[in-house]
Structure formats: C-alpha cells, structure tokens
Ligand binder design. Structure first.
Ligand code: DQA
Length: 140
C-alpha cells in the first residue's frame, strides 16, 4: 500500500475553465476519481493552493508521511528557488508534472527550477501525466 500526495499549484483550481485549448476541459476534481480508480491499492491524497509558501509547508509535512509527491508547481516552476530548496531538503521523491509541454511554449516557461531536484519530469501529456507520475512513484 503506497501513499502518494498530489500537489497542484496556482490557477490549477481553474482547470476545465482556464485556457481549455491548452489545459483541457476537465477539472481536477472530475479527473481525481478516475485516477484513484486506476490505483486501488494506493492512497492518493490531493492538495491545491495558489500560494508558494503553502506548497512548501505541504512538502515539508509530507516528508516521511508519503512515499512520494506528484507536484505541478504551475507558474512557480519558473520562479521558485524556495520550492526547489525545499525539495532538496526533504527525503521523499518528487515527480514534476506539467499538463502542457513547457519546453515548446514561451521562453520563460522553458526554465524550471524544479527539474534539477525532481526525480522525474512528465510534460505535455495532459491530465494523463498525473497517472504516469503516480505509476512512476509506485514502481520506483
Ligand atoms: C503548467 C505550465 C506552467 O507554465 C503554467 O504556469 C501553469 C501550468 C502546466 O501544467 O502545463 O500554470 O504547470
């Protein structure tokens, strides 16, 4: 029985409504039961926040309590040394996920402070990227 925590950063509470051409028409709340059904032997907890410090608090709390974290830091990916430092400081693995392919978008999205400290990066697969990330952590 593995325990996985998904953390979604700013504006991902607006999935389904936000730029559907890029992020799709499904909210994370709609997707989450489908995801959980694919991993009946695991516990998948979910947390979303629009605040950088709350992502850090949650990562610190998760350390030692979860087998791994699936993190979509959203726009903080491209700015947050604090989140990267936190991932460096904790012992549990963090997989970085992006719904869109950040390497094919604007220049500022092509920089990730999180990638060097994440155990794995999944991008451009839409919401299916979260399933890949959970699978990666479970089979690790
Ligand atoms: C995102 C990509 C980021 O550049 C953007 O700021 C987001 C979402 C993604 O999942 O594709 O909010 O992380």
């Amino acid at each position: 029985m593995k325990k996985i925590l998904i953390i979604n950063g700013p504006n991902l509470n607006l999935l389904g409504k936000r730029e559907p051409g890029i992020y799709g028409r499904k909210s994370f709340e709609e997707y989450l039961p489908e995801l959980r059904a694919k991993f009946p032997d695991s516990t998948i907890d979910y947390y979303q926040t629009n605040h950088e410090g709350s992502i850090i608090d949650k990562l610190q709390e998760a350390d030692g309590k979860y087998d791994g974290v699936v993190l979509n830091p959203a726009a903080y990916t491209h700015t947050s040394i604090a989140i990267a430092d936190c991932i460096r400081a904790i012992d549990i693995p963090v997989v970085e996920v992006h719904i869109s392919d950040i390497s094919k978008r604007e220049k500022f999205r092509q920089i990730s402070y999180v990638s060097p400290v994440a155990v794995h990066l999944i991008k451009g697969l839409g919401l299916a990227g979260y399933e890949k990330a959970v699978s990666y952590l479970i089979n690790r």
